[in-house]
Design a protein around this ligand. Structure first.
Ligand code: HC0
Ligand code: SF4
Length: 579
């Protein structure tokens, strides 16, 4: 352990702790722009400068990259340090557009907050504009290089955490900027649309495509029947936008707010997550029991992962589950099944989905399989958690004061298995709960499958069905962790050896969808843990915790779909992948 003083306060920290984190331990906030707890620090912005030798000492260091040493006397705030930080902010502002009122990050921008905290009223430096154009060629993410402050967070998360390399730095000094790889349009880059760049950008240089105007116009059109679904992970994060802690389970207030916004029918993606388990669980059992099948089965409900696999691991397409994601299953079921049942013209339905995810915007229009009901796209538009929060605020809905409401039947009620899709390991755990039943025809005594849980990048386990069937599983999240698992599978296959796994879950974002690129800003591991706790709370409070127990799932198979993996299910609920 290391003992030091920060602003005269004694603090003891583990060896290797940065001054920045030691200061946070004693509730001293040192300002930063390039730092993110998700990324290795790289001392680029210079805002976190501190004095290391006590009051008046000339020894200065950057708090994010300097480890604490015994007997250090850190001064984090004095007039000279403040003047230096102020100059840093002024220099950044001199090369940054000042159109804050029209900026997507207005009210939620780290640079704007710093300018306000420093009380900057006029700039001592000449304003320099670079005249760079907005790139809106990508279906999910918009890039505005003119607003880039060169903090590097987006580039680091894209390259070092996600291992995608869709964006990079170009140019030097004042001409430096972020650009998509090789300066091609972002829509033609290797981008997988996970949105982690947008989630980590402190300003308005990278953000989600805003589709709220389209949703508003549908809501105001009397000839349209607007239907909405909300994803598992939205319910444990939206409350943060209204001042409540991460992990607050907000489901029933969200249903109420969606009706206030004007949605005539409110469904829940958790229901179709239960449906996905019926389809994917059946697919798994079939592959395990049919000689010559492609094993392992790999989950395909994360569209960023689908995009990555099609681009870089197309030889594994036969291993991909053909089951559509819950979002797309719900879209198909709304227009093909529910419309007729409810007597609503499917051509008048505008199907909106609220997701924690930017890549879902792309998934909804991925190919013609996404038009399976025959009435345009099954999901017309996707908005993120952040976009929904803005709509609720624009409409003046005081969501905290609304009475709880329920979703509509039959595609609202869900089981605990549906809700845990929102966290890494959740699809696997939900599948194990039902596959056990499908294989043994017996219910599991304890449905909690603990090896699937937690933030380890790759989790491996064996599932023993107790009837002689044992399968090996792997769960990977955060794209940078996935290559190792894929290479292990590929190497075994190419060497003609036994597969290392039978079932693999992949989610592109750290923590799964609770850490998605469209979630409220400020996601750290602490926040991920709280959102995850919220998801498991929702699971344990559910009366039914296995997808196959959902009586409404039984109903839709009986009334409409027939058998899992049957002809109708294949037409509506399954898809193909291309190289
Ligand atoms: Fe997810 Fe999903 S769990 S991908 O993260 O499978 O976005 O929350 O909606 O579709 O259900 C996202 C979240 C979903 C889908 C579900 C899956
Ligand atoms: Fe989207 Fe979830 Fe995949 Fe992230 S993990 S890209 S939020 S589906």
């Amino acid at each position: 352990m290391v003992n030091l003083k920060i602003n005269g306060i004694d603090v003891t920290v583990e060896e290797g702790t940065s001054i920045l984190n030691a200061a946070r331990k004693v509730n001293v906030k040192i300002p930063t722009l390039c730092y993110s707890p998700d990324l290795p620090p790289w001392a680029s912005c210079g805002l976190c400068i501190v004095r290391t030798g006590g009051p008046g000492s000339p020894r200065m260091a950057r708090a994010c990259t300097t480890p604490c040493e015994n007997n250090m006397q850190i001064i984090t705030h004095d007039p000279e340090i403040l003047a230096t930080r102020r100059t840093v902010v002024e220099l950044i502002l001199s090369n940054h557009p000042s159109d804050c009122l029209q900026c997507p990050r207005n009210g939620n921008c780290e640079l704007q907050t710093l300018a306000a905290e420093f009380g900057i009223r006029e700039l001592p430096f000449k304003h320099i504009a670079n005249g760079l154009q907005i790139d809106d060629s990508n279906p999910a993410i918009v890039l505005n290089p003119e607003k880039c402050i060169r903090c590097g967070r987006c580039v680091k998360v894209c390259q070092e955490v996600q291992n995608v390399w869709a964006i990079e730095f170009l140019g030097r000094g004042i001409k430096g900027r972020i650009a998509s790889a090789a300066d091609a349009p972002l829509g033609e880059s290797p981008c997988i649309k996970c949105g982690q760049c947008a989630a980590h950008c402190p300003v308005g240089a990278i953000y989600e495509r805003d589709d709220t105007v389209k949703v508003w116009s549908a809501l105001q059109n009397p000839d349209v029947h607007p239907v909405v679904q909300i994803a598992p992970a939205v319910r444990v994060a939206l409350a943060e936008e209204f001042g409540l802690p991460p992990g607050t389970v907000f489901t029933k207030k969200i249903y109420a707010a969606l009706r206030r916004l004007g949605f005539k029918t409110v469904f829940d993606t958790n229901f179709s997550a239960d449906l996905t388990i019926m389809e994917e669980g059946t697919e798994l059992v079939k592959r395990l029991t049919t000689k010559g099948s492609d094993i392992p089965l790999i989950t395909s409900c994360c569209p960023a992962w689908v995009d990555y696999m099609e681009k870089y691991y197309a030889d594994m397409i036969p291993n991909f589950s053909t089951a559509k994601s819950p979002q797309q299953m719900m879209g198909a079921m709304i227009k093909a099944y529910w419309a007729e049942k409810a007597g609503v013209d499917p051509n008048k339905i505008y199907s909106v989905s609220v997701m924690p995810c930017t890549a879902k915007k792309w998934e909804s229009h991925r190919n013609d399989d996404m038009k399976s009901a025959g009435h345009g796209f099954d999901v017309d538009i996707v908005i993120t958690t952040r976009e929904l929060a803005r709509m609720i605020k624009q409409a003046g809905i005081e969501i905290l004061k609304l009475d709880d409401e329920e979703a509509d039947s039959p595609m609202g009620p869900y089981t605990g298995a549906g809700t845990i899709f929102g966290v890494t390991g959740g699809v696997m755990e939900a599948a194990v709960r039902s596959a056990y039943f499908l294989v043994t025809k017996k219910e599991l005594g304890d449905v909690n499958f603990l090896p699937a849980r937690g933030l380890d990048g790759v989790k491996e386990a064996e599932v023993d069905f107790g009837n002689g069937t044992k399968i090996k599983i792997a769960i990977a999240h955060q794209m940078g962790n996935i290559e190792a698992v894929l290479n292990k599978i590929r190497d075994a296959r190419d060497a003609g050896k036994e597969t290392p796994y039978h079932f693999v879950e992949v989610m592109a974002c750290r923590g799964g969808c609770i850490g998605g690129g469209g979630q409220p800003y400020g996601c750290t591991d602490e926040v991920r843990k709280l959102r995850t706790e919220g998801i498991y709370k929702d699971d344990t409070q559910s009366k039914l915790r296995c997808s196959h127990q959902n009586p409404f799932i039984t109903q839709v198979y009986k009334e409409f779909l027939g058998e899992p993996n049957g002809h109708k299910a294949h037409e509506l609920l399954h898809t193909k992948y291309v190289e």
